[in-house]
Design a protein around this ligand. Structure first.
Ligand code: ARG
Length: 482
């Protein structure tokens, strides 16, 4: 009876390859007489997820192989055999015909064992002056670098959608909120442009992360470097890195790049969740500021009238998941002694999960905003409720009557109280009523009490006046979209 017979076939992660674990690994089996137990295999294998690194793994192997030949560590004929074999392996994986083996643990050993089947003895020379420790660090850096570039492209697309919709609504008045209480009128264009700035900072963090990430761990070998005359500058250049990492211990143990990636991912997810929450609020019947398109609404199985903003709710919720990805890796790395520890194998799933999650969230957010039917009438009506032009009135008292702002605040408060008691808006008070509170007020004051006037007057740089918003849009197009 083998070990496998003692285990429930439904155990997690057990596949057809479980029996393969009963034999010693061909790659490191020299020291072992028996294969790992099935449980050991289940906890140890990473091929189920790290197969996503295959392109990067093969790119790293190509670079390493060429360098070994260039430095005379392996013969040119071996190099050629290995490179041809790697092409075949890559083709098989891309075509879906590659038989991944859980017994071979991870992507590195899966590629290498298949290479050995294809090219024979030269395959065994590829791992000279290399370890899986510098290999995996290189692979994941390359993968994250590509993910950063993809994310940046997605975010530029989101900015384009936001900017286009902002331009359309540069003068559409809506209430601006603080404490989710109507505060002062703003324009919808101005509100949407706030997210363009947030996403702009996210893209800045992507660029920062990419710049710091772009050094090569390859050639650090297991942890201490190697006695072979390798050329780490050559492999670094071949892989598009700016140069080799300076310290071999750091090279194999550093996962800062993954943490930085997940940090910027978490901040981005928080930004998207804030916009998602606004979509949820605005599309509610109580607000009625926005109607999602059919393609981004779902119905209810019991209430025929419902149009639910499920995509927005999921974007809102998935921020928790991305924050969890960051938190999980931070905790996994905390307190790890140098250099490599198998704990680091836990770096990949959070990175993959955050990447997949954000790709969906960015696309869903762009889709919802692109198609949204903004109800500008409801927005404008709401903008006028709640005495949102009270600040304009106070500013008028300061500007025209020369009143100190604190006194103007007090006078305006009294006028708001009067209007509130009468159940009318500020602009509905008569001049007599106003002069009852402050005799110096003139009819000129009515010019600042409408929401359009209020918005138009906010011409300070970065303010909500339609002209200022249009200027911000033009600047954002140049900065982010050109
Ligand atoms: N699958 C491993 C990982 O993802 C590769 C490195 C294994 N290194 C080792 N010394 N066991 O971290």
């Amino acid at each position: 009876m083998t070990d496998d017979d003692t285990h429930d076939d439904d155990a997690p992660g057990r596949g057809a390859s479980a029996t393969a674990s009963a034999t010693a690994s061909a790659i490191w089996g020299g020291r072992f007489s028996a294969g790992p137990s099935a449980i050991m295999e289940d906890i140890n294998v990473s091929i189920d997820f790290d197969r996503r690194l295959y392109r990067e793994d093969i790119a790293g192997s190509r670079a390493h192989c060429k360098m070994l030949a260039a430095t005379g560590v392996i013969a040119a004929a071996d190099r050629d055999a290995i490179l041809a074999g790697l092409d075949q392996v890559e083709g098989e994986i891309a075509a879906g015909t590659f038989a991944f083996s859980r017994a071979a643990e991870d992507i590195h050993m899966n590629v290498e064992s298949r290479l050995a089947e294809i090219v024979g003895e030269p395959a065994g020379r590829l791992h000279t002056a290399r370890s899986r420790n510098d290999q995996v660090a290189t692979d994941l850096r390359l993968w994250v670098r590509a993910a950063l570039d993809d994310l940046d492209t997605g975010l530029q697309g989101l900015q384009r959608v936001l900017i286009d919709r902002a331009e359309e609504h540069a003068a559409s008045v809506m209430p601006g909120f603080t404490h989710l209480q109507a505060a002062q009128p703003v324009t919808l264009g101005h509100h949407l442009m706030a997210y363009v700035e947030m996403v702009g900072r996210d893209r800045g963090r992507i660029a920062d992360c990419r710049a710091r990430l772009n050094e090569s761990p390859l050639g650090a070998a297991a942890l201490a470097g190697t006695s072979f005359p390798i050329d780490r500058h050559m492999t670094a250049a071949e892989l598009g890195f700016d140069g080799p990492m300076a310290n071999s211990l750091d090279a194999v143990s550093d996962r800062d790049f993954a943490l930085e990636y997940l940090s910027l991912a978490a901040i981005l997810a928080v930004h998207l969740s804030r916009l998602a929450e606004e979509i949820v609020i605005w599309s509610s019947d109580a607000f009625g500021f926005l109607r999602l398109s059919d393609s981004f609404s779902t119905g209810s199985s019991i209430m025929p009238q419902k149009r639910n903003p499920d995509a927005a709710e999921l974007v809102r919720a998935k921020a928790g998941r991305v924050i969890g990805d960051l938190n999980g890796l931070l905790v996994a790395l905390k307190g790890l002694p140098l250099a490599y520890g198998k704990d680091m194998q836990e770096d990949k799933e959070p990175v993959f999960d955050a990447t997949d999650t954000l790709a969906l969230c960015v696309a869903a957010t762009a889709g919802m905003i692109a198609d949204a039917d903004f109800r500008t009438g409801a927005m404008k009506a709401a903008a006028g409720r709640g005495f949102t032009t009270a600040t304009d009135l106070a500013d008028w008292l300061v500007r025209v009557l020369g009143m100190p702002f604190r006194r103007a605040h007090h006078v305006t408060g009294a006028l708001v109280g009067l209007a509130d008691a009468a159940g009318v808006g500020l602009e509905d008070l008569t001049l007599d009523q106003m002069q009852g509170v402050e005799p110096a007020i003139t009819a000129d004051v009515f010019g600042v009490l409408g929401v359009d006037n209020s918005v138009a007057s906010r011409t300070s740089f970065g303010g909500t006046a339609p002209d200022a918003v249009r200027a911000a849009i033009a600047a954002a197009r140049r900065r982010y979209l050109d």
